[in-house]
Design a protein around this ligand. Structure first.
Ligand code: ATP
Length: 261
């Protein structure tokens, strides 16, 4: 099946071509026996943008992310992140690169037996060399918590926080590493609409404050509408349609329409 194309998107592509590209994915293929999950997926993430990828359950979003972070080898294709060829990178270079990438995954839970402060200190201690000997741990912890509006929870245990607050602390734990790119996997899943909105607003604020580039996987159309500068719809293992939310909702193609019902 030929990917859906639209003229506005091609114009946008020309405009975006002048911007710095942070991630390039070309012709990505990944199969499990006869299950062809990715069939030539292409993607570019531009500096400073929030790119949303939507795909129905089982469409290969997690497989794609695993390939991007080097946890899974694609069968074919190019993955380049900040100039590094991920598919052929050795383990230590991969670890180094991953330190520049923040993750907020569904499973990125806090450590229940540690206070909020200890949870945030944990990645800092693991990557101490990244910030040098004289890092001001207390300051960094509070700064990260302040940016998610939760400085007052620093000495609480995760169990004393609501689900939404826990997710914000997990986000602070990601931010403390000063990532250049953030991967969000279903950032609003399991949250009520009001809390989801708070997280979405926060993600937008973080993009502006930290100048991060973000790849966001979500099923949440509201989240996609608010957060995305651009969207890719993953269908049949390819980037079936691309564009801004406003462009895509006008597309008269049944597979595209199915996303916005
Ligand atoms: N390690 C694996 N071995 C075999 N098949 C796999 C493996 N990982 C993923 N798959 C298959 O790849 C397909 C895509 O899975 P993936 O988890 O990427 O979907 P997804 O789009 O993230 O779905 P969801 O939105 O439900 O999380 C599925 O058919 C899944 O069974």
């Amino acid at each position: 099946m030929k990917p859906f194309e639209n003229i506005q998107e091609q114009d946008k592509e020309k405009q975006l071509d002048s911007q710095e590209v942070i991630i390039i994915v070309e012709d990505l293929e990944k199969s499990f026996a006869s299950n062809h999950v990715l069939n030539g997926f292409n993607m570019k993430l531009f500096k400073g943008e929030n790119l949303v990828i939507m795909g129905k359950s089982g469409s290969g979003k997690s497989v794609m992310i695993k390939c991007l972070i080097g946890l899974m080898k694609p069968d074919r294709g190019v993955i380049n992140i900040m100039g590094k060829d991920i598919v052929h990178l050795d383990q230590s270079s991969l670890d180094e690169l991953r330190a520049d990438i923040g993750f907020l995954f569904q499973g990125s839970a806090l450590y229940d037996s540690m206070t909020v402060r200890e949870n945030l200190e944990f990645p800092l201690r693991r990557h101490r060399e990244r910030f040098g000997k004289n890092i001001e741990v207390d300051h960094m912890v509070l700064e990260a918590l302040e940016s998610v509006g939760l400085a007052h929870t620093v000495d609480l245990m995760p169990g004393e926080l609501s689900g939404g607050m826990q997710r914000r602390v997990a986000l602070a734990r990601t931010l403390i590493m000063k990532p250049k790119i953030i991967f969000y996997d279903e950032p609003t899943s399991g949250l009520d609409p009001i809390t989801s909105k708070e997280i979405i607003v926060l993600m937008k604020k973080i993009q502006q404050q930290y100048k991060t580039s973000a790849l966001i996987i979500t099923h949440d159309v509201d989240c996609a509408r608010v957060i995305s500068d651009r969207m890719i719809l993953l269908v049949d293992g390819i980037n079936y349609a691309e564009g801004t939310y406003q462009e895509l909702i006008k597309v008269d193609d049944p597979k595209v329409k199915a996303f916005f019902k």
